[in-house]
Design a protein around this ligand. Structure first.
Ligand code: PNS
Length: 162
């Protein structure tokens, strides 16, 4: 049984994330999508971690081998606890590369048996990010091309009440 972890802050999950999760679910027996804290984004959040988990659950309910979880700690520790063979991330553009490279090497030191694998993002989603979704929604723009249809209303409601 080969398990992969798809980690991220997912605030909120986007169609770009769903694309990577769907592709990972075809390659691995089990995929655990895990919401973790990103120290660099700690004070910029819209949704609480457990709310993010719920939005992801709604968005991946059609994928039987995908689970969703939250972990307050190191990704490497979590991945070892789950006996994962890989950490899977999406790579959008060259601008992602340096940070992702640093994280992958750090995680490799902390958990040498686990490899980080990158899925090159579908060109349709190259520009897409959670922060862009939050900004478009804050100013009343249409986010339907950016996030799963199941969670559009949740994002609008949260933005209105924020
Ligand atoms: O979607 P993001 O914000 O790019 O995801 C980054 C995330 C949350 C995967 C990363 O910050 C992370 O792994 N956080 C957990 C704490 C940790 O393990 N930090 C060391 C990373 S090398």
């Amino acid at each position: 049984m080969k398990t992969a972890i798809c980690p991220g802050s997912f605030d909120p999950v986007t169609l770009g994330h769903i694309d990577v999760i769907t592709r990972a679910a075809k390659v691995f027996d089990k995929v655990i999508v895990t919401v973790l804290y990103n120290a660099k984004k700690r004070n910029t959040g819209l949704f609480e971690p457990l709310e993010r988990v719920e939005l992801i659950r709604k968005s991946v309910s059609h994928l039987p081998n995908v689970e969703v979880d939250f972990y307050d700690g190191l990704l490497a520790d979590y991945a070892m606890k789950k006996n994962a063979v890989a950490i899977v991330k999406g790579l959008r553009a060259v601008s992602d590369y340096e940070d992702e490279f640093q994280q992958a090497l750090t995680n490799k030191r902390l958990a040498p048996q686990i490899d980080t694998m990158f899925f090159v993002t579908n060109s349709e989603y190259m520009f897409l990010s959670s922060s862009l979704v939050r900004e478009v929604c804050r100013y009343g723009g249409d986010i339907s091309a950016f996030v799963p249809s199941e969670i559009i209303e949740d994002i609008k409601l949260k933005t209105m009440n924020n």
